[in-house]
Design a protein around this ligand. Structure first.
Ligand SMILES: Nc1ncnc2c1ncn2[C@@H]1O[C@H](COP(=O)(O)OP(=O)(O)O)[C@@H](O)[C@H]1O
Ligand SMILES: [Mg+2]
Length: 491
């Protein structure tokens, strides 16, 4: 592959050469035409002069044509003397196409040239365009005038002027062009080469900058737009924003991996201790069972964690399997409410279902149940004994809401933007030791399920007062019926 810089310079030099050549040809052609017309004017003027001399003689009743001793017609001596002052080639032809006068230059020609000239003159149209006749080394431009005055016994006057001058003009010009043009082209191409070099160097600098950054650890770096042309600056801006996006996703990935390994480390350590305890010869049978039970519990926790991670990984990949079917939300709410009653009883939290509605939507029943249960178990988990949890299913003109309100711990305003993040927990240490056992993935998964259904999951909460989580799912035309417009009030 030829480098673009070289190719562009060559194309530029080629274009310059073609332009220069075309210009040279055009100028020389127009100058030649100009020179020829100047010579033609000169020949015409000579012809006019010859005509006037002849006409004057005829007017003065002077004999113009006389016969010599051998009967050959010739111009009269006195008239010929006057005609001799006309420079260049003059030939005067009589009535019978006989030559009656030739100027000095014509008489000076060799016999062969004279024959050639006579043929050329015979072909020349009267009062028509000038014609160039090559005689020996010379190129002569001739014009012919017809003489209509019959008393003169003459038919035409032919005058000619050498065109040597006309040829030498374009030659000079071409020589100049040949000397100057290559220099100009070379200079311009060199300038082009330098200019392209600058541009390509800047592109190369950008490329090297990007090459230096692709390493995951240098993603915080950005390319500088200093001294960059607007086009390259735009390219750099695009690359910079791409690098910024890469940095964000790299950081998220790193955090996710770190969090996931950390979450697996703890149950693994507990599991290991349990198994060691169970295997120890000194452990009593009862304790051995307790240890194994705990080991089983940790295994279940780990299985849950891996399941959640897989769900999120699939969601990220867009490979989630949403089995859409008709889901009776009132039935689902009732089912979740009954589970919540049992959980609430254990936790000393009163669970109520103040309102529900008959509504069916197209959705994934398993995923929706998971979402409902996540919200309800969170509410019970983060509400101290003696608290209350209300569940409500309400229908509105365009959507249906599933709301869970609790009188529990609540969430600090500063934490609210984070609660849907993966592995985020208000108090990591407490949630583990208190055996609440969450990983901080529940709300992340819940939000994904809501979004996969075209819905939203929002939260309103005040620290120490309680929280209200509201899932809003859109109703399509088929789902819509008379709305109830019931919602759980905020705290
Ligand atoms: N109803 C709630 N009341 C108070 N805090 C909550 C409530 N629901 C969620 N949170 C906070 O949000 C965090 C993330 O919730 P979640 O993703 O379900 O994780 P997990 O339940 O495993 O801790 C919880 O650790 C808790 O701090
Ligand atoms: Mg949870």
């Amino acid at each position: 592959m030829i480098p673009a810089r070289l190719k562009l310079t060559f194309v530029f030099a080629g274009a310059m050469t073609v332009t220069g050549a075309a210009l040279g040809i055009a100028v020389s052609a127009s100058r030649t035409a100009g020179a020829y017309s100047a010579i033609a004017r000169e020949a015409l003027a000579d012809g006019d002069l010859a005509m006037r001399i002849v006409e004057q003689a005829s007017k003065d009743r002077e004999p113009v044509v006389v016969r010599d001793s051998s009967g050959v017609e010739q111009i009269a001596r006195s008239v010929a003397a006057r005609l001799e002052v006309i420079p260049g080639y003059v030939v005067i032809v009589g009535r019978k196409a006989n030559v009656v006068f030739t100027s000095f230059d014509v008489r000076d020609l060799s016999d062969d040239d004279w024959t050639t000239l006579q043929h050329g003159i015979a072909d020349l149209p009267d009062d028509g365009p000038a014609g160039v006749i090559s005689v020996g080394q010379e190129r002569i431009l001739f014009v012919a005038h017809a003489i209509h005055d019959s008393t003169t016994r003459l038919s035409r006057v032919v005058t000619g002027v050498r065109v040597r001058g006309a040829q030498s003009l374009p030659t000079e010009l071409v020589t100049t062009l040949f000397a100057v043009m290559p220099l100009a082209i070379a200079l311009a191409s060199w300038g082009m080469w330098l200019m392209l070099g600058g541009t390509f160097r800047r592109i190369e600098r950008v490329r090297r900058g990007v090459a230096d950054i692709t390493d995951g650890r240098s993603l915080h770096r950005r390319l500088s737009t200093d001294e960059a042309s607007p086009e390259i600056a735009a390219l750099i801006d695009t690359l910079n924003s791409m690098i910024a996006r890469l940095e964000t996703s790299f950081a998220a990935l790193r955090r996710f991996t770190a969090d996931a390994s950390h979450e697996l480390k703890t149950p693994l350590a507990v599991l290991r201790a349990d198994v060691e305890r169970a295997m120890s010869a000194t452990t009593r049978k009862d304790d051995r069972l307790v240890a194994l039970e705990e080991a089983l519990h940790e295994t279940t926790r780990m299985a849950d964690l891996v399941e959640s991670l897989l769900t999120l990984a699939r969601a990220d990949e867009g490979r989630f399997d949403l089995y859409r079917e008709r889901v009776d939300l009132s039935e689902l709410t009732q089912e979740v409410y009954e589970t919540a009653l049992i959980l609430g009883e254990g936790a000393g939290v009163a669970v109520n279902l103040p309102f529900t509605t008959e509504v069916t939507i197209a959705g994934d029943r398993t995923r929706l149940r998971q979402l409902f249960l996540n919200l309800v178990t969170n509410a019970i988990k983060y509400t101290p004994r003696g608290g209350r949890v209300d569940i409500g299913l309400g229908r509105h003109p365009d959507n249906v809401t599933f709301a869970v309100r609790d009188t529990g711990a609540g969430i600090a305003a500063a934490d609210l933007p984070h609660i849907f993040e993966r592995f985020w927990r208000a108090d990591r240490a407490r949630s583990r030791t208190a055996e609440r056992g969450g990983f901080g993935l529940g709300l992340a998964i819940s939000q994904w399920i809501a979004q996969a259904h075209g819905g939203t999951l929002t939260v309103q909460s005040r620290l120490g007062k309680g929280s209200l989580f509201t899932l809003t799912l859109p109703l399509d035309a088929a789902d819509r019926a008379e709305p109830d417009d019931e919602t759980l009030p905020e705290h």
